[in-house]
Structure formats: C-alpha cells, structure tokens
Design a protein around this ligand. Structure first.
Ligand SMILES: O=C(O)CCC(=O)C(=O)O
Ligand SMILES: [Fe+2]
Length: 265
C-alpha cells in the first residue's frame, strides 16, 4: 500500500484534529439548529464536497476504501425477503476485512468527537452497533447493479461517497421516504412509496450524508451502464435502544447465510 495519511498520524493526533474540526461546526449554534431541523424533517443531511472531515483525512479514507476493494471485494446478487424481495446487486467488502486490513476507517468509526457531533445533530447518545454491521463498502459497477429499497437495523448511518457518476441519468441516485416503519414480516414498501413523497438526492465524490436509517425507507436507483459508484457505510446505535436483541435478517441474506444466489466474484 502506498504511504497514506494515517501512517504519519497517531490516534491521538487524529482525535485532536476531529475534535477541533467538529468544534468549528458546533460553535455555530444557528447552523447546528438548521442541521438538526433538516435531519429530523428529512431523515437525511448531506455534507458536501469533502467538508465532513479535515480534507486530508477524508482523502485518506478514500484511499483506504480503494485499497480494501482491490483486495477483498465479494460479488452479491441476492433478494431480501424482509424488505419485500428487493435486490442487492453489488460488490462488498465486509466489516471483518475492513477491520483487519483497514486503519483509518476503524479509528474514525470509534472517534468520540465524531459520535458527539452526530449525537448533537440527532439529539441522541450515539454508540457503536453490533460489530459486523459497523462498516461496509459497496461498489455498483454493472448495468442493473442496485441497492434495493430497505431500512437499516440501526438508526444512524453515514454514507461516504467515494466515487459516483456525475450524470444522474446514469443512475446511482438515492431516493428516500422518511418517517416510515420497517415491519420485517410485512414491509409494505409499495404502500409507503405510493402514499408518500419520495425525496431524491444526487451525490458526488466527497459527499458524506447522515441518514436516519431505521425510519427512512431508501434505495439506490439501478445504474444504467458500466460505471463506478463506491460508498463506505458506517452505522451506529442509540445508547437508549431498549431492544433486547436486534435481528439481522438482511445481513444474513447478503452475507450468504440464507442467500439464494450469493456467489464469490
Ligand atoms: O449507496 C447509498 O447511497 C446508500 C447505501 C445504503 O443504503 C446502505 O449501505 O445501507
Ligand atoms: Fe441503507
């Protein structure tokens, strides 16, 4: 691997940089109110153009994602019953490989400054989730590749856009229906879509968006031609989650434990 950012930085340096970066956002109380309001209204908030982290650090994450994909990508081609048999057609790098071979991603995931900042926006105490859902890399590249309609098992997800087609007509646009509820036995996705407005969001490389993933039905529009759309998903729980156990049906299917057609690349 080439010399990348984190090899010259230790964990304390990175945490200090993150603390002062997020303090810059949090000093602007009106800006924070606007962010909170938008996040609660739309279930979605975008930090555009490499603004979410200090730029060199975010570029280091981009490099790490490319490296992990070149080493560990697995092809998925499955449908998921608990989200109404919607498709996942994609390449993935799963959490264990990211944890093993990545450095910056596991470090930034655990950052207290980052969790505090997101908690301030969400008005919640944000904590790590079950290990295997903490982070995931996804690449869409072939015509028809898609991350079909679904909700998340956990409330808070950041999606880091690593590569995305600049032209929305190629596909890869995110669509959301906020304030909806996932009944895993009866997901009723089309009822929600037909009886609510859909919000559509086009992203570019360097965007990082925050999603209220457990109550925002969302999907990525299938791509129409050979292209490259790569994201890193990082996901957190609420410290006040009272569920005794969180079921992970979609990850079970996607990882192949219950897969219909999952196969290696
Ligand atoms: O690729 C995106 O923008 C969304 C990905 C997503 O919904 C997920 O990883 O759960
Ligand atoms: Fe999602």
């Amino acid at each position: 691997m080439q010399v990348i950012y984190e090899e010259r930085q230790n964990q304390t340096d990175i945490e200090q940089k993150l603390t002062s970066h997020f303090a810059g956002f949090m000093e602007d109380e009106n800006g924070m109110k606007a962010m909170r309001n938008r996040f609660h209204r739309d279930g979605y908030l975008n930090f555009k153009n490499f603004s979410f982290l200090p730029k060199a650090l975010l570029e280091g994450i981009h490099q790490e994602v490319h490296h992990l994909l070149s080493k560990n990508a697995i092809r998925r081609d499955v449908s998921v019953a608990s989200t109404g048999n919607t498709y996942r057609k994609m390449y993935n790098v799963n959490q264990p490989e990211i944890k093993q071979d990545g450095k910056l991603i596991p470090l930034v995931y655990e950052s207290p400054a980052l969790k505090k900042f997101l908690g301030n926006i969400a008005n919640d105490d944000i904590v790590s989730c079950w290990e295997q859902e903490q982070y995931l890399i996804t690449k869409l590249s072939h015509p028809g590749d898609t991350h079909g309609w679904h909700w998340g098992d956990y409330p808070y997800t950041m999606i880091w856009i690593i590569e995305a087609p600049a032209d929305p007509s190629i596909g890869g646009v995110l669509q959301c229906v906020p304030h909806t509820e996932w009944d895993k036995n009866n997901p009723r996705i089309w009822e929600y879509i037909l009886s609510n407005d859909i919000q559509s969001y086009h992203h570019l490389k360097g965007d990082v968006y925050f999603l209220k993933s457990d109550t925002t039905l969302h999907h990525v529009v299938p791509i129409q031609q050979e292209t490259t759309r790569i994201i890193l998903n990082t996901c957190w729980a609420s410290a006040h989650d009272r569920r005794q156990e969180v079921a992970h049906e979609s990850i079970d299917v996607i990882w192949g434990t219950e897969s219909r057609t999952a196969h290696a690349e």
